[in-house]
Ligand binder design. Structure first.
Ligand SMILES: Nc1ncnc2c1ncn2[C@@H]1O[C@H](COP(=O)(O)OP(=O)(O)OP(=O)(O)O)[C@@H](O)[C@H]1O
Ligand SMILES: [Mg+2]
Length: 248
């Protein structure tokens, strides 16, 4: 189980004052469950995921993984313990190709499985596996590769930061299906999806609403979704004349 205890992250504002971007956040993430973290832009979702991954160090509070205090561990040590994070904006590693990245996630992966992982996220392995992870890949392609990388890991905590962002509508549904299929009711792992997507939120087990660094709501999706759905769903539906809905 992943346990966040009284996490606080304080940053300096430009005017010299200080601000909590994460304020006293405590959450118990149970195995076998799919969690959604949602809330307005700037609410602290990505910051929280980066604190869990060890990319950011919290100002105070603790993180426990199966009773072990991992608060001081590096990103690499946390990755070894099975924590994985698919970035909202995936970093580009020039000089590394797509195949190298997937093999970091699972070093023993065989060629067939590697190709299947690419197909899962809708990318043709013949076209992509040898491509450099530099600026030549589009944002949506990088996003899919990043998701393939986390799906390849046998992680105990798998976090996906807005998997829908920048990915075409045809692929979003497929990616969400893969995440749900792999993690829901899997007793060995916990998945955390940071999302604003109205098709994802109601199918998760739990929803956490983070606003201004504070947990505003938390509970089973069937209780929380009715409370937030009017805020999430497109306000323009009735007036909209577009033939294709771009709402995400
Ligand atoms: N390293 C940092 N230093 C200072 N402020 C930061 C830092 N990282 C994030 N912030 C600020 O903290 C707040 C939370 O940012 P965060 O990226 O976690 O929000 P978010 O909920 O992921 O938003 P979005 O939905 O837009 O992705 C924002 O106001 C952001 O500007
Ligand atoms: Mg974010």
């Amino acid at each position: 189980m992943l346990k966040l205890k009284n996490l606080v992250m304080t940053v300096d504002n430009a005017n010299g004052s200080r601000r909590d971007i994460i304020h006293d956040v405590s959450i118990d993430f149970e195995p076998g469950k799919l969690y959604a973290i949602t809330g307005p832009n700037g609410g602290g979702k990505t910051t929280l995921a980066k604190i869990i991954m060890g990319i950011y160090q919290q100002s105070s509070g603790q993180i426990y993984l199966d009773e072990e205090d991992i608060s001081g561990l590096s990103v690499t040590e946390r990755a070894r313990r099975g924590i994985a994070y698919a970035f909202q904006q995936p970093p580009r590693f020039k000089g590394l190709n797509v195949s190298d990245l997937i093999k970091i996630a699972r070093p023993g992966i065989d060629g067939l499985e590697l190709r299947l992982k690419m197909r899962d996220v809708g990318l043709c392995p013949e076209d992509y596996l040898e491509r450099d992870l530099g600026p030549g890949l589009s944002g949506g392609e990088m996003k899919r590769i990043e998701i393939a990388q986390v799906l390849t890991r046998e992680g105990v905590i798998s976090m996906f930061d807005e998997p829908e962002a920048g990915v075409d509508l045809w692929t979003v549904q497929r990616l969400i299906g893969l995440i749900v299929q792999k993690y829901q009711n899997n007793p060995r792992s916990t998945a955390i999806i940071i999302t604003h997507h109205e098709n994802v939120l109601p199918i998760c087990d739990e929803i956490i609403v983070l606003e201004e660094g504070v947990i505003k709501l938390q509970g089973p999706a069937q209780e929380i979704w009715p409370l937030i759905k009017d805020d999430i769903q497109c306000k323009m539906k009735d007036q909209c004349r577009s033939e294709v809905c771009y709402e995400l």
